[in-house]
Design a protein around this ligand. Structure first.
Ligand SMILES: N[C@@H](CCC(=O)N[C@@H](CS)C(=O)NCC(=O)O)C(=O)O
Length: 212
C-alpha cells in the first residue's frame, strides 16, 4: 500500500519526509492539510494522527508516526538505506547520532524561530521581533562557524559518508535567504559552502523543494 503523508505542500517538516520518500524511491500520497483552516488542530486529526497538532504524520497501512526525524529513521530502516548507519558499527553510529543531535539542538529550533519571525509572522499580521531575530542569527552564525571547522576535516557531518543528519538541514536551511541571511550560500565559509551546494543539488530535494 502506498504511504500516506499527512502534511502541507509548503511545510518544511513535511518536505523533510517527502524528500526521503524520493531518496528511497518509496511511493507516497500527500494528504494535504491547510494551516489557514487549522486542519492540524481539528479534533479528529489530533485524536487519530497527531496529539501535538502538527504535521507531518506518516500513515503506513495503519501504522501512524509523527515527528519528521522519527519518520525519516523509520523509512530509512525500512528501505535499508546506508543513510542510516547500522547499529552494528557502534562508533560510526555514535558519530551519526552526534550529528543528528547537533542539527536538532543547535540549528533546527533556531532556524524555525527565525523563519517564524521573518516570514510566517507577516502572514498572520504579527510584528517581527528584531531583537529576537538578532539573537537567533548570532547563535546560528556561531554554529555555522563550527560547522565550517567540522567540514574542513571530513566531507559530511558524521564523517566521510552522507547520512540523514546532513539531509535534515535542507528544508529550514533553504529558508535563510528569505530571512535575509546567506551563511550557507555566500562562500565565506568554504567547507560549509561546498557541503551545502552538494546537498542542494540532490534530485530528492530538487523534487520537493517547491511542493512536498
Ligand atoms: N518537530 C516536528 C515539528 C513539526 C512542525 O513544526 N510542523 C509545522 C509545519 S512545518 C506545523 O505543523 N505547524 C502548525 C502548528 O504548529 O500549528 C517535526 O519535525 O515533525
Amino acid at each position: 500500500m502506498v504511504l500516506k503523508i499527512h502534511g502541507a505542500p509548503t511545510s518544511p517538516n513535511t518536505k523533510r519526509v517527502t524528500m526521503l520518500c524520493k531518496e528511497f524511491a518509496l511511493d507516497y500520497e500527500l494528504v494535504e492539510l491547510s494551516f489557514w483552516t487549522e486542519d492540524q488542530k481539528k479534533p479528529e486529526f489530533v485524536e487519530k494522527y497527531s496529539p501535538l497538532a502538527q504535521v507531518p504524520v506518516l500513515d503506513d497501512d495503519g501504522f501512524v508516526l509523527y515527528e519528521s526525524r522519527a519518520i525519516a529513521f523509520y523509512l530509512a530502516a525500512k528501505a535499508r538505506s546506508p543513510l542510516l548507519p547500522s547499529e552494528d558499527d557502534v562508533k560510526r553510529r555514535a558519530r551519526y547520532e552526534q550529528a543528528v543531535q547537533t542539527e536538532v539542538c543547535h540549528v533546527d529550533h533556531l532556524a524555525y524561530s527565525l523563519a517564524w519571525e521573518k516570514i510566517w509572522k507577516a502572514y498572520t499580521g504579527l510584528t517581527t521581533d528584531e531583537e529576537r531575530v538578532k539573537e537567533y542569527a548570532r547563535t546560528l552564525e556561531e554554529t555555522f562557524d563550527a560547522y565550517d571547522k567540522i567540514l574542513s576535516k571530513q566531507k559530511y557531518l558524521a564523517g566521510d559518508e552522507l547520512t540523514l543528519a546532513d539531509l535534515f538541514h535542507l528544508p529550514h536551511g533553504n529558508l535563510f535567504p528569505q530571512c535575509g541571511y546567506t551563511w550557507l550560500e555566500d562562500g565565506k565559509r568554504p567547507n560549509l559552502y561546498r557541503w551545502w551546494k552538494e546537498l542542494n543539488a540532490r534530485p530528492s530535494w530538487q523534487a520537493v523543494k517547491d511542493h512536498a
